[in-house]
Design a binder for this molecule. Structure first.
Ligand SMILES: *[C@@H]1O[C@H](CO)[C@@H](O)[C@H](O)[C@H]1NC(C)=O
Ligand SMILES: *[C@@H]1O[C@H](CO)[C@@H](O)[C@H](O)[C@H]1NC(C)=O
Ligand SMILES: *[C@@H]1O[C@H](CO)[C@@H](O)[C@H](O)[C@H]1NC(C)=O
Ligand SMILES: *[C@@H]1O[C@H](CO)[C@@H](O)[C@H](O)[C@H]1NC(C)=O
Ligand SMILES: *[C@@H]1O[C@H](CO)[C@@H](O)[C@H](O)[C@H]1NC(C)=O
Ligand SMILES: *[C@@H]1O[C@H](CO)[C@@H](O)[C@H](O)[C@H]1NC(C)=O
Ligand SMILES: *[C@@H]1O[C@H](CO)[C@@H](O)[C@H](O)[C@H]1NC(C)=O
Ligand SMILES: *[C@@H]1O[C@H](CO)[C@@H](O)[C@H](O)[C@H]1NC(C)=O
Length: 284
């Protein structure tokens, strides 16, 4: 805690020392947005004039009223790079700074200041937008014969996790009769990672076989076929009926064989072959 306060203080001090307030000789450029994915890296490029000798480059993060120095280079002094030393890499050739292991706290506005050797300077505003990619959504369908005249009613479910920002569920190609009582969405944000888990259940009334997939963010699920005439449960029923019939048939065959076995086996060497049998028939 103490250490982090100290480093914050050091940062504030260095940023005050280093912050270049836009003076008369500086030009301010319109904002540019860079996009980064959570945990990955991003290269922030400052649009300076590379054909003019450059004395210094500062990348600063604007948070509230303060500017915090991130990294950069200076040909006339050494720069106090602390917190971002391990996470940033400066490329002097193209005035870019690569930041790795991006977190949501890196999101927001930055300024990039280019000092030219001949005395002028430029302030460029850039902003960093952090997103996280949603997992490939799981799509499931649970179809039952409904009260609706033509047949089935399907309960479709789509879920995905680990994304940012919060996103809507889309069912491309499906004409849903969106009905609030049938349409339930839950969006949960993980308080620690800040990423979202989205789940939506919708009811679809079948009219013809349809291939469906759902999408959340840029992630698209695999495709499933719903509303088939010969639905999966029906096929299972047929299979079960077939197996049961087969087992019954087997039992019948076994019983018949047992009955046949119990009868005294006619001995081919018996000279009186056929006689006891004839006697038995006479008895019964
Ligand atoms: C860069 O500086 C050179 C020399 O001053 C100038 O001729 C050129 O127009 C500048 N380029 C841009 C894009 O400002
Ligand atoms: C940077 O990484 C080195 C080892 O790779 C570590 O000793 C040092 O504490 C790290 N510095 C910061 C500011 O995280
Ligand atoms: C990336 O940053 C997170 C915190 O934001 C940290 O827990 C993790 O160890 C870092 N990973 C690497 C490879 O530095
Ligand atoms: C990041 O970009 C997305 C998509 O362009 C946008 O919806 C979102 O508001 C942006 N976030 C910030 C903090 O600028
Ligand atoms: C998707 O399904 C897999 C396997 O059944 C499971 O491990 C994963 O947690 C599911 N993802 C979501 C977002 O429900
Ligand atoms: C929405 O669903 C309820 C029952 O599920 C039904 O009574 C109502 O008519 C439906 N509304 C529309 C606009 O389809
Ligand atoms: C959606 O349906 C699944 C089961 O298919 C259930 O576990 C989940 O809680 C439902 N979600 C909502 C938002 O109703
Ligand atoms: C669904 O997809 C399968 C295979 O991808 C295809 O054979 C079938 O014709 C499609 N059905 C419909 C209704 O588009």
């Amino acid at each position: 805690m103490k250490g982090s306060i100290c480093s914050l203080l050091a940062l504030a001090v260095t940023s005050v020392l280093l912050t270049a307030s836009p003076g008369d000789c500086s030009t301010e450029s319109p904002e540019r947005t860079f996009y980064a994915v959570l945990g990955q890296s991003v290269t922030l490029r400052c649009p300076g004039n590379l054909s003019v000798p450059i004395l210094r480059l500062y990348l600063q993060m604007q948070r509230g009223q303060k500017d915090y120095f991130i990294n950069g280079f200076a040909r006339d002094k050494s720069l106090p790079v602390t917190e971002y030393l391990n996470r940033t890499e400066v490329n002097e050739m193209d005035l870019s700074i690569t930041m790795s292991n991006i977190s949501f706290s890196d999101e927001g506005p930055y300024t990039c200041i280019v000092f030219y050797t001949e005395g002028s300077k430029e302030v460029h505003l850039i902003s960093l937008n952090v997103t996280a990619t949603y997992s490939v959504p799981n799509v499931t369908a649970d179809c039952i014969h409904g009260q609706v005249t033509r047949g089935k009613k399907c309960q479709l479910s789509c879920s995905s996790t680990g994304g940012y920002p919060e996103s809507e569920v889309k069912w491309p190609g499906l004409h849903l009769h969106l009905n609030e009582s049938d349409n339930k969405t839950t969006s949960l944000q993980d308080p620690h990672s800040k990423t979202w888990t989205i789940n939506q259940n919708v009811t679809y009334y079948c009219d013809q076989p349809t291939n469906v997939s759902c999408s959340i963010g840029h992630a698209v699920s695999h495709t499933i076929t719903i509303c088939q005439a010969d639905s999966f449960p029906l096929r299972v029923n047929v299979a079960i009926a077939f197996v049961v019939t087969f087992v019954l048939f087997l039992i019948l065959v076994l019983v018949l064989m047992k009955c046949h076995h119990r009868r005294p086996r006619p001995n081919p060497e018996d000279p009186a072959l056929g006689f006891p049998l004839a006697l038995r028939t006479a008895e019964t």
